[in-house]
Design a protein around this ligand. Structure first.
Ligand SMILES: Nc1nc2c(ncn2[C@@H]2O[C@H](COP(=O)(O)OP(=O)(O)OP(=O)(O)O)[C@@H](O)[C@H]2O)c(=O)[nH]1
Ligand SMILES: [Mg+2]
Length: 264
């Protein structure tokens, strides 16, 4: 575990930088978000650039920022080059980003944008959502209404996204990079998320293995239930599940009263 807390940790050792991976559709303001956070023009904003990395200090934190190449609009499949770009961006921040900043402009979030986003996030496994914060760009559009108004009135697709991210979001106005309060607010939120995640960073490899492990256990459990329906179900720990004919105590599996007996 590395906690990515860039502040002095009390032992006069400077902890590793907070690693932030910026992802989202093309032309949504990803590079501008990186520049606003770092307070300088670290990433170019003329469009179509490859994934890039920049290091720096911002609001008292050491940061490592990865600006991933933007994804397209195909909502049925993710083109191979986009998958490779996504993996490339991940590899730029080995052992993995602490937080993914998912960039969404403060415009109408359409159903096809949602579908395209969902397809890309699926590649990163369900576990990625624990590490994901939505960053709304075009914050300068919020004048007579609040971000809460925007979320409430934007429809079910944005609602879905908010639920996936557990309402972890932040608004940035990249036309006001001198407003450092908006940046410190974002970094505070990112550090809170890191704490909630026990200091763990996102690792595709780890979550893929976890998903494999969960499906293996699910398979095993189904097999055991099938075996039990044949009579006796042996478990790997020397326990057997047998029908409980005395009807006293015991557990219920599929409406049958059973008891556990040790056969080791
Ligand atoms: N008004 C306003 N414009 C913004 C904001 N953020 C980004 N932009 C503009 O949106 C355009 C795209 O910004 P980029 O940061 O290059 O977007 P990107 O997602 O990195 O684009 P690609 O790398 O081409 O995918 C630029 O013209 C920015 O100036 C914002 O908060 N407000
Ligand atoms: Mg860019």
């Amino acid at each position: 575990m590395d906690n990515g807390n860039a502040k002095n940790n009390g032992n006069n050792q400077v902890a590793p930088p907070l690693r932030l991976l910026i992802v989202g559709q093309k032309r949504t303001g990803k590079s501008s978000v990186g520049n606003t956070i770092l307070g300088r023009d670290a990433f170019n904003t003329w469009g179509g650039a490859n994934s890039a990395v920049a290091h720096g200090e911002s609001e008292g934190r050491q940061l490592m920022l990865m600006d991933a190449c933007g994804w397209g609009t195909n909502e049925n499949l993710v083109p191979k080059h986009e998958k490779l770009e996504l993996f490339n961006a991940l590899s730029l921040c080995e052992p993995g980003p602490h937080i993914l900043l998912l960039i969404i402009p403060l415009l109408f979030f359409s159903h096809s944008e949602k579908a395209a986003l969902q397809k890309r996030m699926e590649i990163l496994t369900e576990g990625v959502w624990r590490h994901t914060m939505v960053v709304f760009t075009l914050g300068d559009r919020l004048r007579d209404y609040s971000i809460q108004d925007h979320i409430q009135t934007a429809g079910k697709d944005l609602q879905w996204l908010m639920e996936k991210c557990r309402y972890r979001y932040h608004v940035l106005n990249n036309k006001m990079p001198q407003d450092r309060q908006q940046v410190s607010g974002l970094l505070d939120r990112a550090e809170d998320m890191l704490m909630e995640n026990g200091g763990w960073h996102f690792s595709l490899h780890m979550y893929c293995r976890l998903e494999e492990e969960w499906s293996r256990r699910e398979r095993e459990m189904k097999e055991r239930i099938l075996e039990r329906q044949d009579g006796v179900c042996k478990t790997s720990r020397g326990l057997a599940v047998v029908p409980n004919r005395s009807q006293k105590g015991g557990l219920h599996v599929n409406d049958t009263q059973v008891k556990l007996v040790y056969h080791g």
